[in-house]
Design a protein around this ligand. Structure first.
Ligand SMILES: Cc1cc2nc3c(=O)[nH]c(=O)nc-3n(C[C@H](O)[C@H](O)[C@H](O)COP(=O)(O)O)c2cc1C
Length: 215
């Protein structure tokens, strides 16, 4: 097996290390975060760090890189208090990736990529029209990660929308049916295949598959 020590990793070429370390933590979620400035300019950007924080209350978080360049998503969230999280689907990976380009603040990535802007239930931040799973979130808090000067941004889910037919009777969303993609590293987009689903595991109890069963 190939082996890297910490000092070898630290001495790697920057881009090589970025590719290696961004992919070794596993597949990551693929989302577009939608915001609108208080001047009404919309913004859409790809994030692979969106994570579940807790379900009661329904909290979601993501990592914001250091403020070495303008961070329009964060600026808009901090000034308006609202953002949307929209799953990236198979059909939109090129446009989704293009949103990572450093557009001027006056330019909307919705317009420049041709992705659709949508407003639902009077929520301030724009949703991605084409997305099959989307959430309207309210900014709650942020935590500075001093080790690398990033921030963990926490939001509470105020609205959740998803296409008919992807939810199972026990609440679970079957993301392969939505064609939600995953991100491998910083530039690889994958379409996961669901292998199985299990009942709550208990010590000494045989593991039971619940895949394809009505729960
Ligand atoms: C696949 C991918 C994932 C990304 N994930 C993040 C992320 O989790 N956090 C972050 O701060 N930037 C992330 N970025 C970079 C942002 O998309 C990029 O900085 C973008 O320009 C931000 O736009 P904004 O300034 O309009 O907010 C990612 C870029 C790519 C290509």
């Amino acid at each position: 097996m190939k082996h890297y020590t910490n000092s070898e990793i630290r001495n790697l070429d920057n881009l090589y290390r970025l590719n290696l370390i961004n992919s070794c933590s596993g597949y990551k979620s693929a989302n577009l975060i939608g915001t609108k400035s208080n001047l009404g300019i919309t913004n859409l950007a790809v994030f692979n760090s969106v994570m579940h924080i807790g379900s009661n209350p329904p909290l979601i978080g993501f990592i914001m890189r250091p403020a070495t360049v303008a961070r329009h998503t964060l600026e808009n969230i901090k000034t308006t208090g609202y953002f949307t999280i929209n799953h990236i689907q198979k059909t939109m990976i090129e446009q989704a990736h293009q949103t990572s380009a450093k557009y001027d603040e006056a330019i909307s990535e919705f317009e420049s990529t041709g992705l659709g802007e949508e407003y639902l239930d009077s929520f301030y931040a724009p949703y991605l029209k084409e997305s099959n799973v989307k959430m309207g979130c309210k900014y709650v808090n942020e935590y500075h990660i001093k080790e690398n000067d990033t921030h963990l941004i926490i939001g509470e889910i105020e609205h959740l929308y998803f296409d008919d037919g992807i939810q199972m009777p026990d609440g679970w969303l079957r993301l392969d049916k939505a064609e939600t993609v995953a991100i491998n590293g910083l530039d690889g987009y994958a379409l996961p295949v669901l292998l199985d689903r299990f009942l709550y595991a208990r010590p000494g109890k045989e593991l039971k598959s619940i895949f394809n069963k009505e729960i």
